[in-house]
Design a protein around this ligand. Sequence first.
Ligand code: ZN
Length: 215
Amino acid sequence: MIKRCPQHGFFRGEHCECGSSGQLLLDETKTEQLGRLVAGGLRHFPVDLGLEMDSRGWVDLAKLGLVVQNRHHWASKELVIALVESDSKQRYEILNDKVRARYGHSVNVELDHPENMLPMLYYGASEEEADRILEIGLKSASQKYVHLSTTPEKAWHVATFRTGNPRVIKADAALARAAGVKMMTVNDDIVISETIPARFLCILAASDIPKPEKH
Ligand SMILES: [Zn+2]
C-alpha cells in the first residue's frame, strides 16, 4: 500500500520511518494494479497505451496520468508520482514533467545513466544458466540490457528467487569497459550492461559468496 506522511511524503507499508501511520492513498490491490499498468507503459508497451516514448525512455507525465485514469477511475497523475517516489527499488524517475523507467525495458531504448566504475560486477544464475553464460557470454533474451548486481551477496539473493542452488558469475567490468562494453549504474544494487563476452566472465566458488543476512 502507499501512504503519505505529513512530514516525509509518500511511503510503502504501515508506518513511515518516523513512526507516523500516515494517510492511506492506495491499498495493496490498487498499488499492484497501478504498478502493473505503469510498468507496462514505461517498460513494455507504451504504444498500446497511446504513450509517446522518446529514445531515452521518457514519457509525458500528464499523459501517463490520463492513461491510468482512463483505465482505473481512482487513479491519477498524483498517484503515479506517489508510486514513483515511494518505490524503494527506484524503478522510475521523474524529471521536468517527464517520467521513465530506470531499467527493465523490453522496448528498445538508449538509456543514459552514469557509467559504471565498479571493477567487478556479479550475476546470479542457476547451474545450467551459468554453464551456458560462460560459453556464450552474458546477455538478456528479452531485454536490451542485462541486469547485474553490485555485490556477490546481492547476485546470490536475486538468483534464489529462481533456483534453489544459485551460482554467481563474476564479470571483470574494468576489462570489459576498457574493451568498449557499455555498463551503466541504475542504483546501489543494479548495473545494466550490453552483452558481456564470455572472456570477461568466471564463476565464483561458493565459499567466495558471503551469504546475505536474513531480514
Ligand atoms: Zn514520517
